[in-house]
Design a protein around this ligand. Structure first.
Ligand code: ADP
Ligand code: MG
Length: 662
């Protein structure tokens, strides 16, 4: 029989490394700790740089209080902290870090250096750390107020861990989730995250707000459907506030940002319960977006439960979860029930009442048979009654005049709904779109069922028990205008197989009778030359912001893709070029973007019966592209009530009244 193997105490460094690996399981954990440190240090600006998913480099720079030069000696030792003095302090701790373990851990499994400057020092100091120990005296160096922590070669001495990690892309994804969530919660602090090789992937301005940051990080399709909530419960001693999507929004994945006492945590019980609430209202397998900041009496939270401080438990968890979810459900129902509608019929001869979607309380109404209508879009459409139905993919003669044959081909690149921009002018324009939103009409559009086309500029939709006549052209114009603003800087391309000379386009435009050129306007060739110069000079800007590629030689090679599967009518291009040069205000930034968006929307919204996309004709495009986008994204302006872009032409209860009399 073999002798038993002698038991030996592990080497100190190995023990520390194992312990560190418990705390820092992946780059995103390390980053979370460092972000919390920066927030604890009262930073208002935090910049993160990442190389190779954080495995090669993870750097965070803040403008906080900094670390005192004298403290460099112990800052990376285990259990050194400026935040906790006694065990009991744990109960009322207001800062994020509390164990003094993060930096120590990182220094055991990565190459760590710190550069920091406090307000009382005239320069910054820099030092390297190995296994918790400072290497040599901190050296004076140039640096701004605040701290830069550089973590290189994370897990370099833990090959098993390194192998267990997924791809750098996946690690980067986790990092970006962490940054996005902190950016939303700490909206007064500016965050920037970038891969060292690319531009900023997340960038939120300082002094922003939650909704704006949700827009920046998660996109407008979420931001525009948010319901704000605030719940306070004295009995259970909790306070919750945040934003959740209404029932118009539904996604395959539940995006849940949970902060308990300002710490990013997981709480499976709470998550499940909220998802349950939504499951009643969302389509099957649909989930919401919820940002929830929960404040509990610190005495009742056990933040000390898990080394990564992730999954949190608290006293009275079950009751609090239940009470909170009930309050959220009430709020959710209210947001979709209390509506006042005041559109007035403008069609002569059609008797229409104002939409009486009054504020109703939450008691579910008994449904009268007269209120029951078909709302399944997949059922038969009105066109069934008019002759041959239009089938998807079946090209009619008119659509055979395809884009390709006109030298136009849309290249891949799908629409990005997350136009991340910092330009105040664009933000202001977006804001005024949102401010003028007619909320009830928005619900009508967001929840409509498409009934059928009447012609290229009119269609019928149904909402609730009412039928509406829509001016597709007017609606499409507004929708495209919004797309230009919201996808600013972020467009896909419609690229031409052969660049088109602007000069020729302008000449063609001037020849068109509707342009109304007269000899007083000047020589056509000179005008065309001028137009080419104006647009070529703005080429760089147009390319960067609007994906409109104009070469120095005045050749146009691409247009922005505003809406997937939708290309503007090429025959309108000459007029568009003329109008861009003459109608856009190139002098002031905001007016420039506004007028550019208007001109572009005007051109793109001119659908004709020749419009086609990959063999699908205008009818198909109207239903499956235009109205589908209207349903998902449209913010209807209040002016629609006056300019008859949408008209109620029948309501089922009224029709019943008529039939009853017969
Ligand atoms: P903890 O945050 O639990 O105190 P850490 O290991 O995360 O432990 O940090 C140790 C100490 O280093 C902190 O208590 C703080 O004094 C200092 N520190 C770390 N990062 C920063 C920073 N970005 N700005 C200022 N001080 C910092
Ligand atoms: Mg910390």
């Amino acid at each position: 029989m073999d002798e038993p193997v002698e038991i030996k105490k592990l080497d100190e460094a190995v023990i520390n490394r194992i312990a560190a690996g418990e705390i820092i399981q992946r780059p995103a954990n390390a980053l979370k700790e460092m972000i919390e440190n920066s927030l604890d240090a009262k930073s208002t600006n935090i910049q993160i740089t990442v190389k190779n998913g954080g495995l090669k480099l993870l750097q965070i720079q803040d403008n906080g209080t900094g670390i005192r030069k004298e403290d460099f000696v112990i800052v990376c030792e285990r259990f050194t902290t400026s935040k906790l003095r006694e065990f009991d302090d744990l109960q009322s701790i207001a800062t994020y870090g509390f164990r003094g373990e993060a930096l120590a851990s990182i220094s055991h499994i990565a190459h760590l250096s710190i550069t920091s400057k406090t307000c009382s020092e005239i320069c910054a100091y820099k030092a390297n750390f190995v296994d918790g120990k400072l290497q040599g005296a901190p050296l004076p160096t140039a640096g701004n107020q605040g701290t830069i922590i550089t973590v290189e070669d994370l897990f370099f001495n833990m090959s098993v861990r390194k192998k267990a990690l997924r791809s750098p892309a996946e690690e980067y994804q986790k990092i970006s989730e962490v940054v996005g969530k902190y950016a939303v919660h700490n909206s007064k602090v500016g965050f920037a995250l970038r891969k060292s090789t690319a531009n900023n992937d997340i960038r939120t301005p300082p002094d922003s707000n939650h909704v704006e940051n949700i827009r920046i990080v998660y996109g407008n399709s979420i931001a525009r459907e948010l319901v704000e909530f605030e719940v306070e419960n004295e009995l259970l001693r909790f306070k919750a506030e945040g934003h959740m999507t209404n029932v118009n929004y539904s996604s395959k994945k539940f995006i849940f940002l949970l902060f308990i006492n300002h710490r990013l945590v997981d709480c499976q019980n709470l998550k499940k319960c909220i998802d349950q609430v939504y499951s009643t209202y969302l389509p099957k397998n649909g989930h919401p977006f919820v940002y929830l900041s929960l404040e509990l009496d610190p005495v009742n939270v056990d933040v000390n439960v898990h080394p990564t401080k992730h999954e949190v438990h608290f006293l009275n968890e079950e009751q609090i979860v239940e009470a909170l979810c009930a309050a959220l459900e009430t709020k959710l129902l209210k947001s979709n029930n209390s509506r006042v509608f005041y559109t007035q019929a403008k069609l002569p001869g059609v008797q229409v009442e104002t939409l009486p979607l009054k504020d109703s309380d939450n008691t579910p109404n008994k449904v009268n048979p007269k209120d029951l209508v078909r709302t399944d879009a997949s059922e038969q459409k009105i066109e069934k009654f008019f002759g041959t139905p239009v089938e998807k993919g079946k090209s009619s003669t008119s659509s055979s005049k395809s884009r390709q044959s006109q030298g136009m081909s849309a290249s891949l690149i799908s629409k990005v709904t997350k136009g991340d921009t910092e330009l105040t002018s664009v933000l202001e324009l977006r804001k005024s779109v949102e401010k003028s939103c007619h909320r009830v009409l928005r619900d009508v559009f967001a929840q409509h069922v498409f009934v059928g086309v009447i012609d290229v500029s009119q269609a019928l939709i149904q909402y609730s028990t009412k039928l509406f006549l829509c001016n597709t052209k007017k609606i499409l114009y507004e929708l495209l205008y919004q797309f230009v603003l919201y996808n600013f800087h972020n467009f896909g391309l419609i690229s031409f197989s052969k660049p088109l000379p602007i000069y020729e386009l302008a000449l063609q435009g001037l020849d068109l009778p509707e342009v109304g050129w007269t000899p007083e306007d000047g020589d056509k060739k000179e005008l065309a030359q001028k137009i080419t110069e104006i647009l070529t000079e703005k080429g760089e800007m147009l390319n960067e912001y609007f994906s409109m590629n104009i070469s120095e030689e005045g050749q146009l090679s691409s247009l922005p893709l505003l809406l997937d599967s939708y290309t503007p009518d090429i025959s309108g291009l000459p007029v568009y070029v003329l109008r861009l040069a003459t109608e856009v205000n190139w002098e002031s930034e905001k007016e420039c973007f506004d007028s550019f968006a208007k001109e572009t929307a005007l051109y793109y919204s001119q659908m004709s019966e020749d419009s086609a996309w990959e063999g699908n004709d205008w009818k198909w495009i109207t239903e499956h592209v235009v109205y589908a986008a209207i349903k998902e994204y449209f913010i209807p302006p209040k002016k629609f009530i006056d300019n008859v872009a949408i008209l109620e032409i029948a309501s089922l209860p009224n029709l019943y009244k008529v039939f009853e009399r017969c």
